[in-house]
Write a protein that binds this ligand. Structure first.
Ligand SMILES: [Zn+2]
Ligand SMILES: [Zn+2]
Length: 239
């Protein structure tokens, strides 16, 4: 049976051995960086990319990251045509505003135009494609390779959002019997990691009490950061 997704064996093996709190978060932050560079690089002059940028555009979060990333020239070129299309789409709304009739409907139309303009995101799309491949590869190799199963259970696990996506992908990557074993291995790993997050938070709170100030940190200096990102994840694609 042909795989539904291209395997990403090397980044997944490197990630599982990296002892990161969620290596999928790391890979997604890299995917976001690569995508920002792609759209601000030479692709800006490519007519096909321009058409896609004008039609689909970017979500507000990624538009902000694009404009803040220090490529004013590329951004100006890209945004000139984007703005032109936005202005075209607002022509009717402005006419209705000038007429001042049925303002409730006009405001709703304005909302609708802006909502459509911000709905798609080429960067989120590219990130999502990579995410699918990474999250498919994890259960796939897990099903094939005992070495990987060991590395998986010795890893620091995943944020809850990426855990969800990996489990979703395991339904495509594994047969029914292995799906069950994989879900058990995931539950074991993740519950151990969440227990540790909880314990580290308690230790941190105790450590901030004046009587404990001189005690060692025991690696809990960043317990609140690890606990927060365990829940919300970093580098998520929004759309
Ligand atoms: Zn994550
Ligand atoms: Zn986006």
């Amino acid at each position: 049976m042909a795989n539904k997704y291209q395997l990403e064996t090397i980044p997944v093996w490197d990630g599982i051995k990296s002892q990161s709190e969620c290596f999928i978060c790391d890979l997604m932050q890299q995917a976001e960086k690569d995508s920002l560079e792609f759209f601000l690089g030479s692709s800006v002059m490519n007519p096909e990319t321009r058409v896609r940028v004008n039609a689909t555009g970017f979500c507000p979060e990624h538009t902000a990251k694009l404009v803040e990333s220090g490529h004013p020239n590329s951004m100006a070129v890209m945004w000139e045509t984007h703005l032109e299309r936005t202005r075209d789409e607002l022509q009717k709304v402005f006419k209705d505003l000038e007429n001042g009739k049925n303002l409730k409907k006009t405001v709703a139309n304005l909302d609708e135009v802006l909502g459509q303009r911000e709905k798609g995101c080429l960067i989120c799309q590219r990130m999502r494609d990579r995410l699918d491949r990474y999250c498919f590869t994890i259960p796939y190799i897990w099903g094939q390779d005992p070495e990987f199963r060991k590395a998986f259970s010795e890893s620091k696990g995943f944020c809850l959002h990426h855990m969800t996506h990996i489990l979703r992908m395991s339904l495509d990557a594994l047969d029914a019997k292995q799906q069950k074993l994989f879900s058990q291995a995931m539950a074991d790993l993740q519950q151990r990691r969440l227990d540790l997050n909880a314990k580290d938070l308690v230790y941190m709170i105790e450590h901030y009490k004046s009587e404990n100030r001189d005690k060692p940190w025991n690696g809990c200096e960043d317990a609140q950061i690890r606990a927060v990102y365990r829940e919300i994840g970093k580098g998520r694609c929004i759309r």
